[in-house]
Design a protein around this ligand. Structure first.
Ligand SMILES: Nc1nc2c(ncn2[C@@H]2O[C@H](COP(=O)(O)OP(=O)(O)OP(=O)(O)O)[C@@H](O)[C@H]2O)c(=O)[nH]1
Ligand SMILES: [Mg+2]
Length: 322
């Protein structure tokens, strides 16, 4: 989705790119003065064009934030800060217009004169003024480059029925995604292993229809108010808010995740209150360690015990989410 957003250069790289192009320009004319004049004019024009074209491309090719799916809009706000991003785009657009103005104001005087020294002086002046405008928006260019690197790594989310796997850290959310799909998120015995959203898919042919779900593995959530949640947790909340048709909530009654079951259940009640329109499938993992007598589905991601029942439960909710 974001693979094609432009690679943004910082101010010095952009100026160097424009300068290196000008160095390759050499006009021909039998008259040495004309040759020098033509070369200076062509180089100055090229310098200005390269700078303004790149600045324009950065702004134009950047995805329009308002028209993105709401999940991506929120991810941008969490990871980049939408206001800062918009200000940067505005700043870069200002720089493009200013550079264009500087060049167009001087271009005529360049063409009129025959004096090569005067031309050289004008050329230096134009290079200097344009470079100085570009340097003024270096911070904005750097922010845009950073934003673009973050956005290129955004998960590929599609508008299809979606299951979001949620729960406390270290309870086995990523392990479940591995059991259910071909996705290979990192699994480790410490909390907050997952820091980003991961996506997998599961499909099943029923009669003549292929039913497909998108599965989202989220970072762990703690039982604390929304305003206290960190940026990693906020991504899980964004996935639940914008994507979840079905929520698979994992509990770890063995508490080997490092958090007690009471806190995990409090989180579940909080999430249930927040996402009333989603279907909940509550799953207890790590039954090899501890099995309770509750009515929840019981699984073991290490042995795949109970996974088929989770799959059946997910697909039993397919039609209602179509
Ligand atoms: N014994 C046992 N260990 C399990 C089971 N499922 C997961 N684990 C282990 O629990 C630990 C955490 O698993 P993850 O899948 O990384 O848990 P997570 O919920 O994704 O963790 P975060 O991304 O940190 O929130 C790992 O060491 C897993 O090997 C299980 O059914 N039984
Ligand atoms: Mg994980």
């Amino acid at each position: 989705m974001f693979k094609n957003i432009p690679q943004v250069l910082d101010a010095e790289q952009l100026i160097e790119r424009a300068l290196s192009k000008t160095r390759k320009i050499q006009m021909t004319d039998r008259n040495a003065d004309y040759r020098a004049k033509k070369t200076i004019i062509a180089r100055t024009e090229s310098f200005s064009t390269v700078v303004t074209t790149l600045l324009e491309k950065y702004v134009k090719d950047f995805p329009s934030i308002e028209t993105l799916p709401s999940f991506y809009q929120e991810l941008i706000d969490i990871k980049i800060d939408t206001n800062k991003l918009k200000k940067s785009l505005g700043g870069i657009d200002w720089a493009r217009k200013t550079c264009q103005m500087i060049y167009s104001k001087q271009a005529r005087s360049l063409r009129k004169t025959k004096n090569v020294d005067f031309l050289k002086q004008k050329q230096r002046e134009i290079y200097g003024r344009i470079s100085s405008v570009v340097r003024q928006v270096n911070k904005e260019l750097v922010l845009l480059a950073k934003a673009e690197n973050i956005m290129r790594r955004f998960p590929d989310i599609h508008d299809i029925p979606t299951v979001v796997i949620a729960g406390y850290p270290n309870v086995g959310k990523s392990s479940l995604l591995r059991c259910l799909s071909k996705a290979k998120p990192k699994i480790a015995q410490y909390p907050f292993t997952t820091k980003e959203i991961h996506v997998g898919h599961i499909e099943r042919k029923e009669r003549y229809e292929i039913k497909r779900f998108q599965l989202i593995d989220t970072p762990g959530l703690l039982d604390r108010p929304l305003e206290k949640k960190n940026d990693i947790e906020k991504q899980a909340i964004a996935a639940l808010t914008h994507l979840a048709d079905v929520i698979v909530f994992i509990l770890d009654p063995s508490e080997t995740c490092g958090y007690n079951l009471m806190d995990q259940k409090n989180l579940l009640s909080q999430i249930k209150k927040m996402f009333k329109s989603s279907v909940f499938i509550i799953v207890e993992n790590k039954v090899d360690f501890k099995k309770t007598r509750s009515k929840n589905l019981k699984i073991c991601c290490e042995t795949s015990e109970g996974i088929d029942a989770v799959i059946d439960e997910i697909f039993s909710n397919y039609n209602s989410n179509n």
